[in-house]
Design a protein around this ligand. Structure first.
Ligand code: FPP
Length: 263
């Protein structure tokens, strides 16, 4: 059966279009820390949960902007392994809300050709959230326009620790020789081993922290901290960040001496 062709997302209501940036300067993988929902709501005299509600549209618009710009991988931090410390009512809200967002947005994301993936730990995560995430994964597995990985009950250290435990188990079982373990081995044991390294790491709300997000994958990511709360982010915020990214000089540890004429 022929697959239906993806439909491009609708333009931004202002009619804004992505800035012209040569393809080689477009990041392949953008990681997003959707921070500032609670503050956005409290500043308006609203409960924190209203900020999460407002954040749903921001996420969708950023995915639309990524597609328009030709960014193939977007990974969003929805709930960290540390977020269980929040009040039980906020945790319960986020669990229910995540399920609803996935149910509400699945058809749209499918239409746009988005593949949805989940990275994170199973233990503690609510069963219906896991079921919905896995349903979305199955429904979108053949989509190739953009991969949206939702990190839910995710922690960078937890991911690396789980990889180390699995490698140790395979070493004990005689499947791997400890002397042969390399960075590539660790990469293979991560939650989503085929995700490319993060090129651009974005965080909203003005906080300048990584907060345990994609620690392994962000080794050489360019970090951009945006002074805007997550519900006020849209595709134009992403495009501005990519313009700054395109101006950065990525050296991956290398160096060019601009003065000495060494060969
Ligand atoms: C961070 O703001 C935001 C979150 C912890 C939740 C974001 C979740 C969504 C937008 C739902 C999408 C989820 C799925 C799985 C589709 P904050 O609460 O830390 O804000 P603050 O820093 O102002 O307190």
């Amino acid at each position: 059966m022929a697959r239906t062709q993806p439909v491009p997302p609708p333009a931004h209501p202002t009619g804004a279009t992505p800035p012209p940036i040569p393809k080689k300067f477009i990041p392949q993988h953008v990681a997003v820390v959707m921070d500032g929902n609670g503050r956005w709501a409290n500043e308006r005299g609203l409960p924190r949960t209203e900020g999460h509600r407002a954040g749903e549209a921001a996420l969708l618009d950023v995915v639309a902007g990524a597609i328009e710009m030709g960014i193939p991988y977007v990974t969003a931090y929805a709930f960290s392994t540390e977020n269980w410390k929040r009040s039980p009512s906020e945790v319960a809200f986020i669990m229910r809300f995540s399920t609803e967002v996935l149910q509400r947005q699945l058809e749209t994301l499918k239409t746009w050709g988005v593949r949805i993936r989940w990275a994170g730990r199973r233990p503690k995560l609510w069963k219906n959230v896991i079921e919905e995430l896995e349903h979305c994964e199955r429904e979108t597995i053949d989509n190739t326009v953009c991969t949206l990985t939702m990190c839910v009950n995710y922690g960078g250290r937890a991911e690396i620790a789980d990889a180390a435990a699995a490698i140790a188990a395979d070493a004990v079982a005689g499947k791997i020789k400890p002397g042969n373990i390399t960075e590539k081995t660790i990469q293979k044991y991560l939650d989503e081993p085929d995700l490319p390294d993060v090129d651009l790491f974005l965080r909203s709300s003005g906080e300048q922290r990584i907060s345990n997000f994609l620690l392994w994958q962000s080794a050489y990511a360019e970090m951009i901290f945006m002074n805007v709360l997550w519900p006020d982010v849209d595709r134009r915020t992403l495009w501005e960040a990519v313009e700054e990214y395109a101006r950065r000089d990525r050296r991956y540890g290398g160096a060019v001496d601009a003065v000495a004429n060494d060969k």
